[in-house]
Design a protein around this ligand. Structure first.
Ligand code: HEC
Ligand code: HEC
Length: 288
């Protein structure tokens, strides 16, 4: 204790000392401000309350639970339930309405696009890209160039049943491998040149390839090469390619054939989500 009667006042600062002295250096008596101490005590009391109410002390089998029973997981579950309840009226509307009704009702269409966009990010973006722009082997869904058609009903059918994915209602039928189905190397080269000329300026004579095309390719791709969604055969006159449009890519496609696999979502996603995805994909720029 400090002897207050004989307090030793430090001359330079005018502050009392604690009486401790080492080699002529004296310790000034400057206690912590009272308000600061009270805040410290208050936080100590608060933390005890917190330990009792909330999960706090780590144990080998998880932390103490706290008497409120709060957990991060139950908080998230509750948030999700609230979100679902908020959305329920609109999701009901999606369930009740046809694709055409959804697309022509501005408010419902806007909800469907937002709902579809988030479902797309989770389920579709890994293959089709974040905005549906696609990449080699995965079709661009933002352009008016479709394998299986770009109407609401066609898009919905593709999403529900997929392509070459084992669903009996899904799209079937491949691009044949002409290298083992009757065309010579020369004919494949010629027809690749012709297909190339459909979307590129070229001075080459492509009449030989045009004949190969007319004899072999028109049943699926059409006499004008503009494709046929019933066969999944794409338009070959645009500059948009699923498997690349260089001559080497074309020769590869024609020689070895192609057949991409699009999963069937009908069993995995509920009908409202599929409708929302359909309206979303239709709105990306290529919808017919
Ligand atoms: C595992 C990769 C993969 C996933 C995931 C995927 N797709 Fe596809 N999708 C494909 C492939 C590959 C094709 C092209 C099929 C073909 O060649 O006929 C395709 C085709 C499509 C088509 C038809 C395009 C056209 O030109 O006709 C639509 C529409 C489509 N996908 C929408 C979706 C939606 C919506 C989802 C998410 C629910 C999705 N896809 C998820 C791979 C995928
Ligand atoms: C039995 C129907 C059928 C016939 C006949 C056919 N194709 Fe295809 N072709 C397809 C299908 C289906 C696809 C799309 C494959 C896919 O989605 O993976 C395709 C895709 C292609 C592609 C790729 C387009 C791209 O975007 O990358 C080219 C190029 C092509 N065909 C050229 C030809 C040529 C040339 C012939 C004639 C020698 C021919 N096809 C005959 C069904 C056919």
């Amino acid at each position: 204790m400090i002897d207050h009667k004989h307090q030793d006042i430090d001359a330079a600062t005018g502050t009392a000392t604690t009486g401790h002295e080492w080699d002529g250096i004296k310790e000034l008596n400057t206690p912590l401000p009272k308000w600061w101490l009270y805040v410290l005590y208050a936080t100590m009391i608060w933390s005890v309350g917190y330990w009792i109410l909330y999960p706090a002390i780590p144990l080998p089998s998880g932390a103490t639970r706290g008497i409120l029973g709060w957990s991060m997981r139950s908080a998230v579950t509750q948030d999700l339930a609230e979100l679902r309840a908020d959305r329920a009226p609109m999701v009901n509307e999606l369930n009740k309405s046809t694709l055409q009704q959804i697309a022509s009702d501005p408010k419902l269409a806007e909800f469907a696009r937002a709902y579809g966009h988030s479902a797309f990010g989770v389920n579709c973006a890994p293959c089709h890209g974040a905005n549906g722009q696609g990449s080699k082997g995965y079709p661009n869904l933002t352009a008016d160039r479709w394998l299986w058609g770009g109407t609401l009903d066609q898009i919905s059918a593709t999403i529900t049943h997929g392509a070459r994915y084992g669903d009996p209602d899904g799209h079937q039928g491949d691009m044949p491998a002409w290298g083992s189905q009757g065309l010579s190397k020369q004919q494949i080269d010629d027809v690749a040149n012709y297909v190339y000329s459909l979307s590129n300026k070229t001075t080459d004579d492509v009449s030989a390839g045009k004949k190969v095309f007319a004899d072999n390719c028109t049943p699926c791709h059409g006499a004008d090469a503009k494709g046929n969604p019933d066969m999944g055969a794409p338009n070959l006159t645009t500059k948009i390619w699923l498997y690349g449009g260089d001559k080497d890519d074309l020769i590869q496609t024609i020689t070895y054939g192609r057949g991409g696999h699009m999963p069937a979502w009908g069993a995995k996603l509920d009908p409202a989500t599929i409708k929302a995805l359909t309206v979303y994909v239709h709105s990306l720029g290529g919808g017919q």
